[in-house]
Design a protein around this ligand. Structure first.
Ligand SMILES: Cc1cc2nc3c(=O)[nH]c(=O)nc-3n(C[C@H](O)[C@H](O)[C@H](O)COP(=O)(O)OP(=O)(O)OC[C@H]3O[C@@H](n4cnc5c(N)ncnc54)[C@H](O)[C@@H]3O)c2cc1C
Length: 461
């Protein structure tokens, strides 16, 4: 897909460096290049190929990223990287890049109808979870099927139920072990006769009495009414077909690199991973660099993504310098002020409830506002380890702030307030419901653009 460069399109001035992607690779490239005074522009992504913050937004604790001896939650790590990049002057566009044109210089990037020009480019678009594309997969997606145990595992529909995980690598094993916290029984469906996970992880799975491994087994059918009820599995060895009653199915079957926006323009391997010179970030076009999982079919870790983001930023800076292409930002004369990352809202109780507050948390505030407030009320249902919730919460707070108190918001943690989540029929997090005078006016599941919420509220004002 090319970029539409016809007259009439809006053109900004030329950027030194645009970084596409906000995972560890993108944010590390942003930190290095902003400290080098390149004034980089980072396109965070929205729903193409993952979520802002990347894959670590979907995990609980990252125990192997150096510098955090006690581990750190994935979303918190990404929040910190983001804050560090912003602190040093990175500009963010919170949207997807729709198309990239590398045929001319400066390169062109199309974002939501607008064209951005840049002298150099870092592609750090990562990789996304694969699907099986089975019949009825779409029907039961979010109605029993999920690709993120960490995000959805704690929802009431999955608690104390029999669940299945499909896959045999690290992600599948991690998801299976994680789900044992909530479910009575996990069935791990493995296509081959071995687990591709790391040895310690495979041992943990095999030793877990709640996990049954079905070796050499293929998932062939998904059944149910409104919600997933049954899987059909086939033994590859005997061809025998078996039905397995489950209330949840979690996909963990690998990833596809997000290279569609530059399809056919850069050299890739047969699986679509961007090709670079060994151990280096240069792609097949000068001035274009690749970093992270999008060019790494082998290591795929937070730290390797960060490391390649660092190399890509340094290489871009050297190349811009060598070609006299850098437009210098006003020199940074002072160390930027320290920044803070997201903090948790206290749960409202009779003692601290405020009927006028724009944002509160917990069932007490929800009940009071639901029954007593005439303003539109946005309820966001979250769970502790849900990465997309970290993405959505600040967006919703921004909408409420922009509306100057004309609407209010309440956050409900579905683990703390299970009854409320059940009553509201919440099937995954994040979910958002918009009420006015006890009537449900709209609802959304997953991360949506800020404007969708704003427009829905404005219709009620
Ligand atoms: C469940 C799970 C657990 C993991 N646990 C660990 C762990 O404990 N330790 C560890 O080191 N690694 C772990 N990993 C691996 C690690 O998350 C990845 O290796 C790492 O996130 C890759 O970083 P990245 O920046 O290359 O890409 P990603 O993290 O995939 O980020 C890609 C970014 O690109 C954006 N994007 C995609 N398309 C576009 C577009 N068209 N326009 C704009 N933006 C776009 C996406 O929104 C996203 O922000 C885990 C992965 C998973 C799935």
């Amino acid at each position: 897909m090319g970029v539409d460069n016809r007259p009439g399109q809006k053109h900004s001035s030329i950027e030194n460096l645009v970084i596409i992607g906000s995972g560890p690779a993108g944010y590390t490239a942003a930190i290095y290049s902003s400290r080098a005074n390149l004034n980089p522009l980072l396109v965070t992504g929205f729903d193409k190929g993952g979520i802002p913050g990347g894959q670590l937004m979907t995990t609980t604790f990252v125990e192997n990223f150096p510098g955090f001896p006690n581990g750190i939650k994935g979303p918190e790590l990404m929040d910190r990287m983001k804050a560090q990049a912003i602190r040093w002057g990175t500009k963010l566009i919170e949207d997807d890049a729709d198309a990239i044109d590398l045929k001319e210089r400066p390169f062109l990037i199309k974002i939501n109808g607008e064209i951005i020009k840049t002298n150099s480019l870092i592609i750090a678009t990562g990789a996304r979870a694969n699907r099986l594309n089975l019949p009825k997969e779409e029907k039961f997606w979010s109605h029993g099927i999920s690709a993120c145990a960490i995000c959805d595992g704690s929802t009431p529909q999955f608690r104390n139920e029999r669940l299945a995980v499909v896959g045999g690598g690290d992600s599948a094993c991690e998801e299976a072990v994680y789900l044992t916290k909530y479910s009575s029984e996990i069935h791990l469906l493995v296509r081959s006769n071995t687990l591709r996970a790391s040895a310690p992880m495979a041992t943990r799975v095999k030793a877990n009495p709640k996990i049954t491994i079905h070796w050499e087994t293929e998932l062939i059918g998904i059944y149910g009414n409104d919600w997933l009820e049954e899987l059909q599995i086939r033994s590859k060895d005997s061809n025998q077909i078996e039905n397995l009653s489950v209330k949840g199915l979690f996909y963990a079957i690998g990833h596809t690199p997000n290279t569609e926006i530059i399809a056919g323009q850069l050299d890739t391997d047969s699986h679509g991973y961007l090709l670079t010179n060994s151990g280096r970030p240069e792609t097949s076009i000068e001035g274009v660099y690749a970093a992270g999982d999008v060019c790494d079919s082998e290591w795929k870790q937070g730290i390797t993504a960060s490391s390649s983001g660092c190399k890509a930023a340094l290489a871009a800076e050297r190349w811009l310098n060598a070609n006299n292409l850098i437009i210098l930002n006003e020199q940074l004369s002072e160390i930027p002020k320290e920044v803070s990352t997201q903090t948790d809202t206290k749960i409202s109780s009779e003692a601290n409830y405020n009927s006028k507050a724009v944002w509160q948390k917990g069932s007490y505030a929800l009940r009071k506002l639901y029954h007593e407030s005439s303003k539109p009320l946005l309820v966001i249902y979250t769970s502790n380890n849900c990465g997309p919730c970290y993405v959505l919460k600040p967006q919703i707070k921004r909408v409420l702030k922009e509306l100057n108190g004309e609407a209010q918001g309440v956050e409900i943690d579905i683990e703390t307030d299970q009854d409320i989540a059940k009553q509201a029929n919440i099937t995954g997090t994040p979910s958002v419901q918009l009420f006015q005078q006890k009537k449900l006016k709209a609802q959304w599941k997953g991360v949506k653009q800020r404007n969708e919420f704003k427009q829905a509220i404005e219709k009620l004002l």
